[in-house]
Design a protein around this ligand. Structure first.
Ligand SMILES: Nc1nc2c([nH]c(=O)n2[C@@H]2O[C@H](COP(=O)(O)OP(=O)(O)OP(=O)(O)O)[C@@H](O)[C@H]2O)c(=O)[nH]1
Ligand SMILES: [Mg+2]
Length: 135
């Protein structure tokens, strides 16, 4: 099975607690209805960082201006194999919207733990909770 390379951004902001930005996958897409971190497929010849910036523009109409590598994992779903590069996005130019009609939300770590997420994301979320604190 051919592995699909994906760039994903975990946008972080601090209000009363640490919050991250999640988006609900659209009907008709892989893992429809689950709450993902925005991102998508890296085009051939494209760098992961360029893909991250492009996907944030397409999906959220914002520009990540500060980001760093967080972690990388490979995951095999029954129907496809993905290689996911997760970035921590600490600064955005603009206010994110669901530019493709998807629901988006800023959630704290407790709220994130309650969401239905892609199976590949579970270890990432645990790492994020350890990194940001649980509340
Ligand atoms: N964006 C994103 N994709 C994820 C996450 N976790 C995870 O397993 N994936 C999987 O990685 C793949 C991402 O592809 P995508 O559908 O977002 O790709 P895309 O934005 O380029 O859309 P497209 O299919 O319309 O070209 C999907 O199979 C998705 O299920 C995540 O947190 N964010
Ligand atoms: Mg996408």
């Amino acid at each position: 099975m051919k592995t699909i390379e994906i760039a994903v951004g975990i946008a972080i902001r601090e209000t009363d607690s640490m919050e991250v930005l999640v988006a609900q996958r659209l009907q008709g897409s892989h893992l429809a209805g689950s709450w993902e971190f925005p991102g998508g497929k890296i085009d051939s010849g494209e760098s992961p960082e360029s893909a991250l910036v492009r996907e944030f523009s397409e999906e959220l109409a914002v520009k990540p201006t500060h980001f760093e590598m967080f972690t990388q994992i490979d995951h095999r779903y029954p129907e496809r194999e993905v290689s996911l590069s997760f970035y921590l996005v600490t600064q955005l130019d603009g206010e994110p919207v669901g530019a493709e009609g998807q629901r988006i939300a800023w959630v704290n770590m407790a709220e994130l733990a309650e969401l239905d997420v892609p199976a590949a994301n579970q270890p990432i979320i645990e790492k994020l909770q350890a990194y940001l604190g649980r509340d």
